[in-house]
Design a protein around this ligand. Structure first.
Ligand code: NAD
Length: 530
């Protein structure tokens, strides 16, 4: 097959931005064998829980959730929710596996992760197609995500042997040393927008440190976390080190409350994060929270305007706008506002909405009818509060009849926005860009920071001093100067304020999955006053 031209949007970010060149290669080798609209129940292999290296049914089938394909609206399966017996079983299995895995030399643990990364690359197309089925995101984004995850897992495989202690020389030849030890059984809970990535970003540093994991994916996207477990097994991970339990909030709570869970690592909304932290507080457990955001992008009038337009689109329209770090408050300096909007409209109008399995699609399906209704409600509310819908913000039905049950929304650009509007204050989690005009740097920074969130932020300017001055003043965990939503492996990611606690994706993450033991060694007689 000839090389398929990379869609304009494929240069854009995803939570796991990899290399564009690598992406081109993948795009050019792998569409054969997959018809467009591949959302079919045949792709779903049951059961979807993974314990001790095997797919297993839940012990009790009384509570179930419905799994459907966002692209088509087709119901794929009913999936049983894990209850307390299942959580006890999964945590017990992980606890036993931890005893063995934590004693494996770190270099060998790293080798297992490195092999898993290679297997992911070999199976990237199957994984990406399954991710499309689960999420409705465009295939090029799914491929990008999967390859980014392979990089992350390889990265932590490489870092595993660097998890070491320190030596401190003391008086009289005595000394102390520290050992960095794993925590035990880690519980992970993921959201639905980057399902494979959440399983990968949480499991790889956890396993590199010698922990065992029980992971609960979002009930909207239960498929690929199990596939990751099968890949880990094939790569040589001992059974029981990585387990998957399916279910909704109740299953998640059981996991958080389990006495043998040493740490919870969570990605999702602020209210759920708060409940998880509460449960962890009761059990004095470690916790990492990757939560929501309402990030600002500040575009100064000296910026390269086309790059600023591309950045604003990256900050709002990837993954149907369902990205935690999205820069949904776009502050534009007044002088360039008309030109910025003109170019933004032109580019946005070229986005291709439709079948996520087609290579040239840049806007896929919204995850669920409920989420689509939330997004449309925000747009309606914005209109009522005085904003102008400059572009989009409507449901469209693609021409293919199979897609009629999916929820496809045109990316929306709102102008005449003010800081007090609900759409400007609250996280929408859809493709809704609020454009806000500003006059001065001081004003833009003050307004940008006027939020309970602090996940990310963007700055577009050609003034080097201003770029770093504003970056220094912004209250957020991830900042981009003259780009947006790029996540190279090794660069930490996480939030300030209510956007979360802890970091993922960088070297520091290993500290969140390990603890320090200090050992004092006396080389002399004990000096004692008694
Ligand atoms: N900061 C990040 O890295 C990041 C990344 C992606 C998404 N997010 C955030 O995730 C949110 C969207 O995802 P969502 O709708 O799946 O979030 P959500 O909080 O509704 O659900 C997330 C997960 O928590 C589980 N859950 C729900 N109630 C629970 C409870 N009481 N106890 C334990 N688990 C429970 C869900 O089943 C799901 O697996 C947005 O706010 C988005 O910003 C953050």
């Amino acid at each position: 097959m000839k090389g398929i031209p990379l869609p304009a949007a494929a240069r854009l970010c995803s939570r796991c931005a990899g290399k564009v060149v690598q992406m081109r290669q993948v795009l050019s080798t792998s569409t054969r064998g997959y018809a467009a609209v591949t959302g079919t129940a045949r792709q779903v292999q049951q059961p979807l829980n993974l314990m001790a290296g095997k797919r297993v049914d839940a012990a009790d089938s009384s509570k179930q959730f419905e799994l459907f394909a966002p692209a088509t609206g087709e119901t794929l399966k009913r999936v049983e929710c894990c209850g307390s017996k299942d959580i006890d079983k999964a945590v017990g299995i992980a606890k036993d596996a931890f005893k063995e895995w934590s004693q494996v030399p770190a270099f060998e643990r790293g080798q297992v992760l490195t092999r898993a990364a290679q297997l992911i690359r070999e199976r990237s197309e199957e994984l990406a197609r399954t991710e499309v089925l689960d999420t409705g995101k465009p295939i090029w984004e799914a491929r990008y995500d999967i390859l980014g995850c392979a990089d992350t897992i390889q990265y932590y495989g490489g870092l595993a042997p660097t998890v070491v202690g320190e030596h401190t020389k003391l008086a009289g030849g005595s000394f102390a040393y520290t050992v960095r030890e794993p925590l035990g059984v880690v519980g992970g809970i993921g959201a639905w927008n980057y399902p494979f990535q959440m399983a990968a970003w949480k499991s790889s540093p956890a396993l590199a440190c010698g922990n065992a994991l029980v992971f609960k994916p979002s009930p909207f996207t239960p498929l690929t976390a199990v596939m990751l477990g099968e890949i880990y097994k094939e790569a040589g991970l001992p059974d029981g080190c990585y387990n998957v339990v399916q279910g909704e909030g109740e299953t998640g709570q059981l996991l958080c409350n389990h006495p043998d869970i040493a740490k919870m690592t969570f990605t999702g909304s602020v209210p759920t994060g708060s409940r998880i932290m509460e449960a962890c507080a009761k059990g004095i457990k470690h916790v990492t929270l990757e939560l929501g955001g309402k990030s600002p992008v500040i575009i100064f009038d000296d910026a390269h305007i086309d790059n600023a337009v591309k950045g604003a689109m990256l900050a709002n329209f990837s993954n149907q706008g369902q990205v935690c770090s999205n820069g949904t408050r776009v502050f534009v300096q007044k002088k360039i506002l008309p030109e910025f909007l003109k170019r933004l409209m032109e580019r946005t109008g070229k986005m291709v909405i439709g079948d996520p399995n087609k290579d040239d699609t840049t806007v896929g399906a919204t995850i669920s009818p409920q989420q689509a209704a939330i997004v449309l409600n925000f747009i309606e509310g914005a209109r009522t509060e005085g904003a102008k819908v400059l572009y989009g913000g409507e449901r469209v039905t693609p021409t293919s009849p199979e897609l009629a049950g999916g929820y496809y929304l045109t990316p929306c650009i709102l102008t005449d926005c003010t800081d007090d509007m609900t759409v400007v204050k609250d996280e929408v989690f859809g493709s809704v860009m609020s454009v806000l005009a500003f006059d001065t740097e001081e004003e833009a920074l003050r307004r940008a920071n006027d939020t309970i969130f602090g996940l990310a932020g963007g700055i577009f300017t050609n003034d080097l001093s201003r770029a770093h001055r504003v970056a220094s003043g912004m209250e957020a965990g991830s900042l981009y100067i003259n780009n947006y939503n790029v996540y190279p492996v090794g660069v930490p990611f996480g939030g300030y304020k209510k956007s979360g606690l802890g970091r993922e994706n960088g070297p520091d993450t290993l500290n969140y999955y390990s603890q320090i033991k200090s050992v004092y060694v006396e080389m002399n007689d004990v000096d004692c006053p008694y």
